[in-house]
Design a protein around this ligand. Structure first.
Ligand code: GLV
Ligand code: MN
Ligand code: MN
Length: 410
């Protein structure tokens, strides 16, 4: 068989996505495999076993990223693929897992066909991509590219109060491989789109050319707890009211800035959180994103001004804590062009696009030519147990990945 005729086994890929999804299954089709939990450990163990069975040599680095390596005919820089297997607490079964399992499936396909590439191939699994348990998101890949010192990463505290370094050691994934283990020739990540564009337009493959910027912060509001019945409205310092006002303001901000600005208040904690007590403290998380760095800075500036005014008006203290900040990323035009060419050759409608979600590939882009392949998400639903991608689209994405890797590794 000619190498160009090779295709991955879509049923096998689907079966494995199902097996991995059984770990941390939430019973509604979704998954909860928060980073560095018991479920994450079980998922890692399974994926590591699959890597070894595919003939890959597996190594774990000190931040818990792990890699399966397949030698090429030349001892030269490898072509890397991969993604993450941690999920948000209400995650679906495809986010991240597709990129990892499709990477292993491409290796199996090559092994069964007896194809050896000139360059080595590496499948990577990066720690805490989601950022749902530890901030920032893409933490493992950020450390991999040298932009988050290990000790700083180890000191990050989870939403359940645990140190990242301790949790890594506890689940047995504080490895000893050098960081970074490989300096890739190129990196390609396959992922579900997690947005509505391909599904709405009937496309099958997205050739991802850029990722929007991400700004995360935690806002802590310190007011005064008091009796809900006896305290006149004019005398309140209500942290709960401030949290609500922030939520409303974010919608106004996005509407006024227009363009690609998106704003989300994803988590709210009130204290003491009781029906007849004015909240004395509130903590909210803010996620601002934009494809344009200047516009994102403007959003941050306007939000900061709003908080100052709100603190004055309500007589509360407001403190902010930065959780993540990544500028928009433009991917490598050559790698994106290869993806487009491969998709077209395989007969799949392909469109250039930008990513609304954050991805490990945006970190790898700092050290090597990188781009991404997207496949459709039904109705654009993601970070939701209902996340779905049709089996034929999963297979199409994996085939595009296989042939993109073959071109890059030739
Ligand atoms: C990661 O999934 C993110 O974009 O928040
Ligand atoms: Mn993801
Ligand atoms: Mn995600």
């Amino acid at each position: 068989m000619k190498t160009t005729d090779l295709r991955i086994d879509g049923d096998r890929l689907l079966a494995r996505l199902g097996e991995l999804a059984a770990i941390g299954a939430t019973g509604d089709g979704g998954c909860c495999r928060l980073a560095l939990t018991e479920e994450d450990r079980a998922g890692r163990d399974l994926v590591g076993r699959w890597m070894r069975e595919a003939g890959l040599e597996v190594k774990v680095d000190p931040i818990g990223n792990f890699f399966g390596y397949r030698a090429g005919t030349d001892d030269t820089a490898a072509v890397m693929t991969g993604s993450h297997i941690d999920t948000v607490a209400t995650g679906g079964r495809y986010d991240g897992c597709l990129g990892v399992l499709a990477g292993i499936e491409t290796i199996r396909t090559l092994a069964e066909a007896g194809v050896r590439t000139r360059r080595p191939l590496v499948v990577g699994v990066f720690t805490n991509e989601e950022g749902a348990r530890f901030a920032p998101d893409m933490l493992g890949s950020l450390a991999y590219v040298g932009d988050l010192p290990l000790e700083e990463a180890y000191g990050r505290i989870s939403i359940d109060g645990k140190r990242l370094g301790d949790e890594l050691a506890r689940i047995g994934y504080r490895g000893e491989a050098p960081l970074p283990l490989y300096l890739p020739h190129a990196h390609v990540e396959l992922h579900i789109e997690q947005g509505p564009v391909l599904d709405a337009e009937g496309g099958i493959i997205g050739s991802v050319e850029s990722v929007q910027g991400i700004s995360w912060q935690e806002v802590n509001i310190f007011g005064e707890s008091n009796h809900a019945g006896t305290t006149p409205m004019r005398l309140r310092h209500d942290a709960g009211y401030c949290a609500a006002a922030i939520g409303i303001f974010l919608r106004t901000l996005a509407r006024e800035l227009g363009g690609n600005q998106v704003c989300t208040m994803g988590a709210v904690t009130l204290h003491p959180n009781l029906i007849n007590v004015i909240p004395g403290r509130a903590s909210v998380t803010i996620d601002l994103r934009n494809t344009d760095e200047a516009a994102l800075q403007q959003a941050e500036q306007r939000f900061a001004e709003f908080l100052e005014q709100l603190a004055r008006d309500e007589g509360v203290a407001i403190e902010t804590r930065r959780l993540a900040r990544f500028e928009p990323v433009v991917f490598d035009a050559n790698v994106a062009a290869i993806i487009k060419r491969v998709a077209t050759r395989l007969g799949h409608a392909c469109r250039p696009m930008t990513s609304g979600a954050g991805h490990d590939a945006q970190m790898l882009a700092r050290i090597c030519p990188t781009a991404m392949i997207f496949v459709p998400s039904v109705k654009g639903i993601s970070h939701n147990p209902a996340e779905h991608t049709f089996p034929a689209h999963l297979a199409a994405g994996a085939d595009v990945l296989l042939h993109t890797l073959l071109e890059l590794a030739a």
